[in-house]
Design a binder for this molecule. Sequence first.
Ligand SMILES: NC(=O)c1ccc[n+]([C@@H]2O[C@H](COP(=O)([O-])OP(=O)(O)OC[C@H]3O[C@@H](n4cnc5c(N)ncnc54)[C@H](O)[C@@H]3O)[C@@H](O)[C@H]2O)c1
Length: 350
Amino acid sequence: MAKTLLVTGSSGLIGSEVCAFFAAQGFTVHGVDNNQRAVFFGPQGDTRWNQRRLIATLKGFRHHELDIRDRPGVLALVKEIKPDLIVHTAAQPSHDRAAAIPFDDFDTNAVGTLNLLEAARQACPESPFVHLSTNKVYGDAPNRIPLVELETRWDYADPAYAHGIPETFTIDQSTHSLFGASKVASDVLAQEYGRYFKMPTCCLRGGCLTGPHHSGVELHGFLSYLVKCNLEGREFKIYGYKGKQVRDNIHSYDVARFVLEFYSAPRCAEVYNLGGGKENSCSVLEGFKLAEKFTGRAMKYTYVEQNRIGDHICYYSDLRKMREHYSKWDLTKSLEQTVREIVEAWQTRK
Ligand SMILES: NC(=O)c1ccc[n+]([C@@H]2O[C@H](COP(=O)([O-])OP(=O)(O)OC[C@H]3O[C@@H](n4cnc5c(N)ncnc54)[C@H](O)[C@@H]3O)[C@@H](O)[C@H]2O)c1
């Protein structure tokens, strides 16, 4: 019999990629999404187009119009489906947006995650549960690492971080933004359901997760939004750090591939930093060059001296733990290829 997958946030970037990837593996896929991204970010954040794409292209895909804050609804759905795998990607995903909507942010990110974890414990405690966490759980503590300024980017001066930020990095006593705080709560909850109840849970602490199916907006979806601005001739605002702030970018396809590896050999209460690593990192200025290379259009931008509160100056993930635990997994999409796909996707969607 076909295995069953439940994906929350199925119309979003990661959720939709996971749905398509596992449908191709023969899974029966159930998606939960209520287009809350349009509520968080306005019409530019609307993900209905992606929901329609999944319904049109994935055989047997079932969409559930459900808010993960609806506790009885979540408990009933998980009990009914008893999925063999749960991938939880629904979230209020923006660092900056959270300050204006603290209750919606915490209720979605922390309480919504608790609803799902408890529903899983009651209905299918043996099924792997993958939680999409974030590098913002480390707050702005990575900014304390001494840096070296290069021509177009910052980099770590301390050789201890030559491979990037490891999972052992402190999550304590730094500025997280309310988003980072609600995600810390969900991250620790997912770990606790693993340790306390012995459930096969895993937190993926994302750097910049990206890809062609993102509904990028200024407050979330760095590369997707950058490319969109370029194509529309819109001005991109750089906030501080001379535009040399570094993000590591991973294609959503490589995220889905990791989820399959975890499903195939699950572990309890694990935590992984998941990003493009140093090889797929770029600064904002370097991101401009990449977009220009594939669109042939010059990037328009303005510079604002004030950085975003708690924003990382330089962040790239140390991927060694993932590679050690799951030796068959590695990055397959280069940053160049990813940017090219994002450019093509926006051109098609326009
Ligand atoms: N994209 C990134 O750069 C990035 C980086 C680090 C961590 N993450 C994490 O990865 C996960 C997925 O991110 P993404 O980029 O795919 O986000 P996304 O916004 O593209 O997708 C999230 C989806 O969840 C849905 N959703 C939000 N609240 C909901 C609710 N209450 N009930 C039901 N559905 C709801 C939204 O409508 C959206 O379609 C999130 O947990 C995010 O915090 C993302």
